[in-house]
Write a protein that binds this ligand. Structure first.
Ligand code: SAH
Ligand code: SF4
Ligand code: F3S
Length: 446
């Protein structure tokens, strides 16, 4: 068969890194079954939309996009919806969008080649059963990023935060074996990738037999060739002293922790069923800061959760001020069908204009903090890994170990290399910098 006659597949990815990683697995699976990945929907034989269900807005975007994709479809094009929204809506999605032939949830990707064959014969199928054994160990993820790799270590989630749809879209938590994660880490290192991010919904609750998250960090952190290790997202309750000690002892582990707080009010946290209080969250921050000097902290915060009073929201603002996050992703609460929050009395609903106003105030506070910190960092020097060409003309985008974005001048041959960079300017959120040591790469660690 000539290359031209191979069918093509395009996967459009929404949502979190877990979906990005799943798309890499799907591309790998389909490539092994004779498909060629392509970079856009134009002319693709198979189009898959890998979706997110976390907020209503995320789903509305996908619904809009499915409509748009019609114009790229020929008579034989197969359009499928995968991921969390597929899992959530199941067969109902087939009724709602008549041009969609496949609906496949996060545990169903093994069957994709067969399901696509069926769709070519005119079948319309929804495959949304959970498979608690499924880690796709025999798939070869097709990575398009040659610098950084995302490695899932866990699927699903056993927390039941009352606002969250993820336990319903990804099922119960299960961890991969340490040996499988290590094997994948070694394989990506052999491809020349030097940065790994371990992925899981509550990644630090990782457990495989006797091995816990601390063992995982120590194991992956010393894979030869890996120079930067990251993980996302940890849950504040799962930061054992052992895990924090392993972080401190692992030189490749970057000085950055994304630690979702959700709210600074113990009362709101209780209604969210986050299982920690303002005080224990602060303690967790202190333990991390004491063990890892200079650690950058980022977070996720929801405003307008049912019953959130002005005082409770003020507690969130004061927590943001007191902790001094390096950055925060901020969200307006979105009520998701089937989540425990739907059972809270309607009288607790926070009116839209109140939630919108709170979000504005929170965003302004976060920006102010980030800006002040970034200005104070001008003139300092950092190790930067050049990741890719920046969207702004002619510049390269890289990151410090603390996950700060830096734009530098240079040509694309420098992508994937490490430099010492002096921070010379900031927009408030990102930096510009100049390479010192005349652009010489740092000697490789280990
Ligand atoms: N497993 C991760 C979160 C994954 S979802 C964790 O526990 O931290 C990413 C973020 O989306 C969450 O941290 C939360 O801030 C936000 N989010 C989740 N459900 C939401 C909802 N119903 N409305 C608004 N934001 C939500
Ligand atoms: Fe959702 Fe909570 Fe699980 Fe995170 S820990 S995925 S917020 S239920
Ligand atoms: Fe979205 Fe599913 Fe991730 S709901 S945030 S894509 S786990």
């Amino acid at each position: 068969m000539t290359v031209e006659s191979r069918p093509t597949v395009y996967i459009e990815t929404y949502g979190c890194q877990m979906n990005v990683s799943d798309s890499e697995l799907m591309y790998g699976r389909l490539e092994e079954n004779g498909y060629t990945p392509v970079g856009g929907p134009e002319g693709a034989d198979v189009i898959l939309v890998n979706t997110c269900a976390i907020r209503d807005h995320a789903e509305q975007r996908v619904i809009g996009r499915l409509g748009e994709l019609k114009r790229f479809m020929g008579r034989d094009t197969v359009l499928g919806v995968t991921g969390c929204m597929a899992q959530r809506l199941g067969p109902a999605l087939l009724d709602r969008a008549r041009h969609v032939q496949l609906v496949v949830g996060p545990d169903g990707y093994r069957a994709l080649p067969a399901l696509i064959d069926g769709a070519r014969r005119g079948e319309r199928v929804a495959n949304v059963t959970f498979d608690l054994e499924e880690h796709y160990e025999d798939f070869h993820a097709r990575r398009f990023d040659g610098v950084r790799a995302w490695i899932p270590v866990q699927r699903g989630c056993d927390y039941k935060c009352t606002y969250c749809i993820v336990p319903m879209t990804r099922g119960p938590e299960r961890s991969r074996t340490l040996a499988d994660v290590e094997r994948e880490a070694r394989a990506v290192a052999e491809q020349g990738i030097t940065e790994i991010t371990l992925l899981g919904q509550t990644v630090n609750s990782y457990r495989n037999g006797e091995h816990d998250f601390a063992d995982l960090l120590r194991c992956v952190g010393r894979v030869p060739g890996i120079r930067r290790l990251r993980f996302t997202s940890p849950h504040p309750n799962d930061f054992t002293d052992r895990a924090i000690a392993a972080m401190a002892d692992t030189p490749t582990l970057c000085e950055h922790v994304h630690l979702p707080m959700q709210s600074g009010s113990s009362r709101t946290l209780k209604r969210m069923l986050r299982r920690y209080t303002r005080e224990t969250y602060f303690e967790c921050v202190e333990r991390i800061r004491a063990a890892i000097p200079g650690v950058a902290l980022t977070t996720d915060i929801i405003v307008g959760f049912p019953g959130e009073t002005d005082d409770e929201f003020e507690d969130t603002l004061s927590a943001v001020r007191d902790i001094g996050f390096d950055d925060a992703f901020t969200f307006r609460f979105s009520l998701r069908d089937g989540t425990p929050a739907t059972r809270l009395p309607e009288s607790l609903t926070v009116p839209d204009h109140v939630a919108a106003d709170r979000l504005d105030r929170l965003v302004a506070l976060v920006r102010e903090g980030t800006r002040a910190r970034n200005l104070s960092m001008l003139g300092t020097r950092h190790e930067v890994l050049i990741e890719k060409a920046a969207r702004r003309g002619g510049l390269l985008q890289g990151r410090t170990r603390q996950h700060r974005t830096v734009l530098v001048a240079g040509d694309e041959s420098l992508i994937g290399r490490y430099f010492t960079v002096e921070l010379t300017g900031t927009t408030g959120s990102t930096f510009t910098g100049t390479m010192t040591s005349a652009g010489q790469p740092l000697p490789l660690a280990g």
